[in-house]
Design a protein. Structure first.
Length: 319
């Protein structure tokens, strides 16, 4: 199974070939949120890749079969997922222009209260999803909306501090709903990783693994420096709905398989202005796109083409 993760690394451009866990260094405060009644737990998500220029770059899941050394989808894997979409579309009617996604949020915390998110914070995170996917920050309205249906709470030191090692058990116990329910898990993912997601093409073979996981400090006001606007969940939910990174395939066609996102040779870090890494193709790099690795304050948009592609994936795999 393949999925994509946002993470952080301090590697430079010349070291992007592998997963640079040794250099992961994100300045972030451990959030101890206001107390809430404990309850149930969390789900798993996967993978990560390292951005080349800044210690606060976004990343996507560890290397595994179907990925290159950085953990990014290989061109072959991206093409295979696109083929699966096209094959499924043959059997689908035209995708709906609007969809409402039920959301179950699984808050995993430690015995000392670390990671415990208030209901208000969870609701704010879902509001951020709705604003981002609705074009409220400046981009296109994708037609996708989110409705919080449940919050589960699990207090477990091991699950909280080492989620990846306990991901299967956590998801097996906690996951709710079918392909069309977004299960969003929060835990401490460490200093290198911001979040992770599965792709819709994976649901049929791995339904129990489906979902998004984010670091608890990446939620709105969570304290993770430059990454606490709640946009990690936006980015990972974009993957959950079928989007690739804007820098997929670099300057080579078909790029990220979306016609209105300019080609980009490599992921962005920080808030670069006037960046154009594919100078022989139209448009500056989509630094402000939610599917890049820029800092949260720089992100503000999906495009119309991304909205159409998510609608296609929804109709094909999740509706």
């Amino acid at each position: 199974m393949t999925s994509t993760r946002r993470a952080l690394c301090s590697g430079r451009a010349g070291t992007v070939g592998g997963l640079l866990l040794s250099g992961l260094a994100l300045a972030g405060l451990v959030l101890t949120a206001a107390p809430e009644a404990p309850a149930e737990g969390a789900d798993r998500a996967d993978r990560a890749e390292c951005a080349p220029t800044d210690a606060r770059a976004r990343l996507t899941g560890p290397a595994e079969p179907g990925r290159d050394g950085s953990g990014t989808l290989t061109p072959e894997q991206a093409a295979e997922y696109d083929r699966m979409l096209r094959d499924a579309a043959v059997h689908q009617s035209a995708p709906a222009k609007r969809a409402t996604v039920p959301v179950v949020v699984h808050v995993i915390s430690a015995e000392d209260g670390s990671g415990r998110l208030s209901r208000a914070t969870v609701e704010e995170q879902v509001d951020v999803l709705n604003t981002a996917f609705g074009g409220g920050y400046g981009g296109a309205d994708t037609g996708i909306r989110f409705r919080l249906t449940r919050i589960t709470r699990t207090v477990d030191d091991a699950w909280f501090s080492d989620f990846s090692a306990h991901e299967d058990a956590a998801k097996e116990r906690l996951r709710r709903g079918g392909a069309g329910t977004l299960n969003l898990y929060t835990a401490d993912l460490g200093e290198g990783v911001l979040g992770a997601s599965t792709f819709p093409q994976e649901y049929a073979d791995h339904p129990d693994a489906d979902g998004v996981v984010v670091d608890h400090r990446s939620v709105p006001g969570g304290g993770r420096e430059k990454f606490d606007h709640g946009f990690t969940a936006v980015h990972e939910t974009g993957h959950w709905l079928g989007l690739y990174h804007t820098f997929q395939n670099g300057c080579e066609k078909p790029g990220d398989y979306v016609g209105d996102t300019p080609a980009e040779a490599e992921q962005a870090a920080g808030c670069p202005e006037g960046r154009d890494t594919c100078a022989d193709q139209a448009g500056d790099d989509p630094v402000t796109n939610f599917m890049n690795y820029s800092d949260d304050p720089c992100m503000d948009r999906f495009t119309r083409g991304q909205g159409r592609r998510m609608a296609e994936h929804w109709a094909a795999f999740r509706a």
